[in-house]
Design a protein around this ligand. Structure first.
Ligand code: PEP
Length: 248
């Protein structure tokens, strides 16, 4: 279960939430992996309050360039140096608002992996694409465009997050059946490219208005390996409620 804080919480608020999550999980151990992905400015401080055995840490983005005169950018190496182990790449908000193309994302993925970060790679269709029944083509093209160039060894460091754009922050969740259907398709596309063993070992997360009330049904599906959580990751009780869905 991975949280994506997006552009929320100042440093003090973020640190308080990270401590609260860490303490809650120390008191009641999760039976899944838990990751918090924060804005860049929180990373180094949050790394200091998390027990890395309990909670992983990730960034929400990194640069598509290695280093140099790119004012305002943050490289994969810099992210790694904070103590973070993960980075979210390909989130639909970055594709849409910051014009991140498959080629740019391909560079970011390569740099993240080169610097020892694991990548949470987001894919997902718009409402119009789903209504035209193009969701499978869309997610396959997103994988082909930015991560299917990797070797099987490199791909082992990629977590896939399926996030239907129409379900992000909208309160509309894909039904567990809809999510399972496309997760199974994504796993089959990975198997076609890398073989069954790699596909079985790939974590495929669902994202889009996940909350404590719908997480148990989603996580009960065989091809849904966890969740990428936006809004509900900003409140410890909600995030913990989703993590606890793995105990049901
Ligand atoms: C996300 O943007 O990664 C996400 C899943 O957001 P939310 O849970 O708020 O829909």
């Amino acid at each position: 279960v991975a949280g994506n804080w997006k552009m929320n919480l100042n440093l003090q608020e973020g640190l308080a939430l990270a401590k609260e999550v860490n303490d809650a999980l120390a008191a009641d151990k999760p039976n899944c992996d838990v990751i918090i992905c924060t804005p860049f400015i929180h990373l180094a401080s949050v790394a200091g309050v998390l027990n890395s055995q309990l909670v992983g840490l990730g960034a929400e983005n990194c640069a598509d360039k290695e280093k140099g005169a790119y004012t305002g950018e943050v490289s994969a190496e810099m992210v790694k140096s904070t103590g973070a182990q993960y980075v979210i790449l390909g989130h639909s908000e970055r594709r849409e608002y910051y014009n991140e193309t498959p080629e740019i994302l391909k560079e970011k993925v390569l740099l993240a992996l080169k610097n020892g970060l694991k990548v949470i790679f987001c894919i997902g269709e718009t409402l119009a694409e789903r209504e035209a029944n193009k969701q499978n083509d869309v997610v396959k093209a997103e994988l082909e465009g930015s991560v299917f160039n990797l070797s099987a060894e490199e791909f082992a460091n990629v977590i896939v997050a399926y996030e239907p754009i129409w379900a992000i922050g909208t309160g509309k969740t894909a039904t567990a059946e809809q999510a399972e259907e496309i997760h199974a398709f994504i796993r089959s596309a990975i198997a076609e490219k890398y073989g069954n063993e790699v596909a079985e070992n790939t974590s495929i997360l669902y994202g889009g208005s996940a909350k404590p009330s719908n997480a148990p049904e989603l996580f009960a599906k065989p091809n849904i390996d966890g969740g990428l959580i936006g809004g509900a990751a900003l409140k410890c009780a909600d995030f913990k409620g989703i993590i606890d869905a793995w105990k049901k």
